[in-house]
Design a protein around this ligand. Structure first.
Ligand code: KIV
Length: 273
């Protein structure tokens, strides 16, 4: 019989929010990094469609296919399973245009779970996604919503910019967050928004809110692993190169997890106002 600890699940994340324990999440795209992150004790691993940019070298996430997400998810799932350490929750992105209708979303999410080993799927967008989130929820598929800077809409947004600075946009984002929660979303990622807005949304929602470039008051933090490991040519302002400070990748990952848990990351210089 395995001596593994109970794996991280949606109920673990909900309990962490209730207890005020910070949730840690990092992106991974391959087995080696997934194993190191699992051994370091990260709570969630995100197979992000950021792989289109950091693994495949595209300018945006738009070219990434569902088959590619499944391939990387399988690699990550295998890496996680190579260690006896507690298993993080495996969150996988639904790529661009793989959830444009309820039927397509159900089909895509089912493939991510059956073939890729995903335990939660992530989709971008606000109230317009309510029907999709409801349909996934009815089928027992955990959902992570994603608001703020939503990279799949980069051409509509006019670039990778901070979102929600105007009062009307901030109000709309809170409204979207509440609608997604009501529809059944289990978690929410907020990307690149003012720290005060992220704090407000985190307080208003009962589901865990995980920030990236969204200040220190979210229920957790996620970063793209290449930014943490000093592999990005132009890391975003909200990231911190932990490898430069701590050396080896495993030490850098452990330092990120420890800092988030201690409330020491992000600092004001990694936040927006
Ligand atoms: O694809 C990704 O890595 C993401 C993070 C930026 C949250 O969505």
């Amino acid at each position: 019989m395995s001596n593994r600890q109970r794996p991280v699940s949606v109920t673990t994340l909900a309990a962490m929010k209730r207890r005020g324990e910070r949730i840690t999440c990092l992106t991974a795209y391959d087995a080696s990094l997934a194993r190191v992150m699992t051994e370091a004790g990260v709570d969630m691993i995100l197979v992000g469609d950021s792989l289109g940019m950091v693994v495949q070298g595209h300018d945006t996430t738009l070219p990434v296919t569902l088959d590619e997400m499944i391939y990387h998810s399988r690699c990550v799932a295998r890496g996680m399973a190579q260690t006896q350490a507690r298993q993080p929750l495996l969150l996988v992105d639904l790529p661009f245009m793989s959830y444009a209708s309820v039927e397509q979303a159900l089909h895509s999410a089912a493939r991510l779970m059956k073939e890729g080993g995903a335990q939660m799927v992530k989709l971008e967008g606000g109230a317009a996604q309510v029907a999709v989130v409801q349909a996934l929820t009815v089928q027992g598929i955990p959902v992570c919503a994603h608001l703020g800077l939503t990279p799949q809409s980069v051409h509509k947004l006019g670039g990778y910019k901070v979102q929600g600075r105007e009062a009307s946009a901030a109000e709309a984002m809170l409204h979207d967050a509440l609608a997604l929660q009501q529809a059944g979303a289990d978690t929410l990622i907020l990307e690149c928004i003012p720290a005060t807005l992220a704090e407000l949304i985190s307080k208003e929602l009962h589901i865990p809110v995980i920030g990236i470039g969204a200040g220190a008051q979210c229920d957790g933090q996620v970063l793209v692993s290449t930014d943490v490991l000093g592999l990005s040519a132009q890391p975003p302002r909200f990231a911190l190169d932990y490898a430069q400070i701590h050396g080896a990748p495993a030490l850098a990952i452990r330092a990120f997890i420890a800092d988030v848990r201690a409330g020491a990351f992000p600092q004001p210089e990694q936040c927006f106002s």
